[in-house]
Design a protein. Structure first.
Length: 135
């Protein structure tokens, strides 16, 4: 019923204070008001955080949704993003997923006195809310 077609990334190299901005184009065979996107951030060791969009309404045909994610909670480094498109009624119905949909990096503005975030041994954390707006 739903199928992601295209992802457009605003910038793939961010500074520490930038937001991660991207758009997803997807097709819908039905109208729905219970669609949501799950965004999973990964580093080279695996998933480190996840966030969800609010429920959005879809129209039959092509839909475009723009996302903005506060990335200031992430340390400088290289990351990948996986995306899951689902409907939420009483249960989650997963319609489409793209593992490692795109990658981005965060550069240090001010060196952190040679300290590096040892996220290899830290648990996953909940990212700030994913801001979503529809065309």
């Amino acid at each position: 019923q739903f199928h992601m077609r295209k992802i457009e990334l605003e910038k793939c190299m961010l500074n520490e204070n930038d937001k991660l901005e991207f758009s997803i184009m997807f097709n819908s065979e039905i109208k729905s008001d219970i669609v949501s996107f799950r965004i999973i951030i990964l580093n080279r060791f695996g998933p480190i955080g996840t966030t969800f969009s609010d429920l959005i309404s879809t129209e039959i045909g092509e839909n475009i949704v723009h996302f903005s994610l506060d990335s200031t909670v992430l340390a400088p480094g290289e990351y990948m993003v996986s995306i899951v498109l689902s409907e939420y009624d009483d249960v989650q119905i997963r319609h489409d997923a793209i593992e490692k949909a795109f990658s981005f990096s965060i550069d240090e503005l001010v060196p952190m006195h040679n300290l590096k975030w040892n996220n290899e041994y830290w648990g996953d954390f909940r990212l700030p809310k994913l801001i979503c707006r529809k065309n």
